[in-house]
Ligand binder design. Structure first.
Ligand code: ADP
Length: 360
């Protein structure tokens, strides 16, 4: 081992300690007490500090991050504390975002919307990734046509803090980065994977321990409104959430429960997609509403981003692993996704501008 390495490590830690000592709150007390610093790791152009188990609010992390960034310019800074990871900006890094697609009820089209929205944002020029977090039915690889035989067997090394250059890569498909909990948890494994310890840990690891290049990572969230969702909303750095529901009241009732978790943890809701809202009559081409429309989520302040009709081609193309926005890029469904994606992109731009304004 390089004999200079321990010296350099000690020097890095002393520099971090000096930087932390220089950061004080308005009342003069240190923002982070020296005892809270438990580890300093460094790599080329990268510095990670590990603090104790205390969960720090996002604003405090942002202040600490900005201070370290000023002290160590040209360095990627990562702060780990209380089970969370902070890399600046909205939490996934400067101008990088994590969005959650949530459904409440299963089977409402959450995965279908995730895939088609991701591909549409990608076609608009954004670098997009999908993280399939639906442990009970990780369908994203199937929808994107990633057959198990096409997947190289990998020994996923998750849970350790590594510099960017040593992290493993997500898969690539149709220009998207893709990772699924299903790649890590064997398809035949019993459903041990429902405890929130595993979901939260696994999603966090897949988000932070892989070398994502995407500007936007869309998480296909687990269905339901239970522990899994609560932990995800609490622990992951979400820039926003999109609901997928049918227009039916029952589906919206479930989504409403998730809405309160989001609001409790300050995660903004971009809006909702009404899926399987209507069917076009093959004889007279008139739209037939499939459900009595509920205004429950709209009444709670959630706007409608778009309406996707019931279209059998969505399921047929999905089974072939060729999402409809690729198979029929000029069709009405693709146009509706373009409309939805444009709103999502505007939302992210506004968020970046607001963050820049705060930093200036
Ligand atoms: P979830 O992720 O909410 O469980 P999926 O996206 O897997 O839901 O969709 C459930 C089923 O409904 C799938 O077979 C899918 O192909 C089909 N589906 C989803 N949206 C539509 C739609 N708008 N029209 C027709 N079939 C759809």
């Amino acid at each position: 081992m390089d004999s200079e390495a321990p010296k350099a490590e000690a020097e890095a830690e002393a520099n971090v300690r000096a930087a932390l000592a220089a950061l004080v709150d308005a009342d003069g007390t240190p923002t982070i007490s020296p005892a809270e610093l438990s580890q300093v790791l460094r790599g080329e152009g990268w510095l990670a500090i590990v603090l104790g188990e205390r969960r720090l609010p996002r604003e405090r992390l942002a202040r600490l991050h900005a201070h370290l960034q000023d002290t160590f310019p040209e360095t990627e800074i990562e702060i780990r504390c209380g089970g969370s990871v902070y890399r600046g900006g909205d939490g996934f890094g400067p101008r990088r975002h994590v969005l959650a697609v949530l459904g409440g009820k299963g089977g409402v089209g959450k995965s279908t919307v995730t895939v088609n929205l991701a591909l549409t944002l990608s076609a608009m020029g954004l670098a997009v990734g999908i993280l399939d977090g639906d442990l009970n039915g990780p369908d994203i690889p199937h929808l994107l046509g990633i057959h198990p035989r096409d997947r190289t067997r990998r020994d996923w090394r998750l849970g350790a803090i590594r510099p960017p250059g040593q992290r493993q890569w997500p898969y690539q498909r149709w220009g998207l980065e893709v990772m699924s909990v299903g790649f890590v948890v064997s398809e035949r494994a019993p459903l041990i994977a429902t405890g929130h310890w595993l979901v939260s840990g696994l999603l966090r690891n897949l988000l932070f321990d892989l070398n994502w290049r995407s500007e936007v990572i869309i998480i296909d969230a687990p269905p339901g409104t239970g522990d899994e969702i609560q932990v995800m909303v609490r622990e992951l750095p979400l820039s926003g959430a999109v609901f997928v529901t049918t227009p039916q009241d029952l589906a919206q009732m479930d989504a409403e429960r998730t809405l309160s978790h989001l609001r409790e943890h300050g995660v903004p809701v971009i809006g909702m997609v009404h899926n399987m809202a209507s069917l076009t009559c093959p004889h007279c081409t008139q739209a037939i509403d499939l459900y009595a429309a509920s205004s429950r989520l709209e009444d709670a302040g959630v706007r409608i981003l778009g309406r996707i009709p019931f279209d059998t081609r969505l399921s047929v193309t999905a089974d072939r692993g060729l999402p409809l926005v690729l198979g029929d890029p000029r069709g009405p469904v693709a146009l509706e996704f373009a409309h939805i994606a444009a709103t999502v992109r505007r939302y992210l731009n506004d968020r970046d501008q607001a963050a820049q304004g705060r930093a200036a």
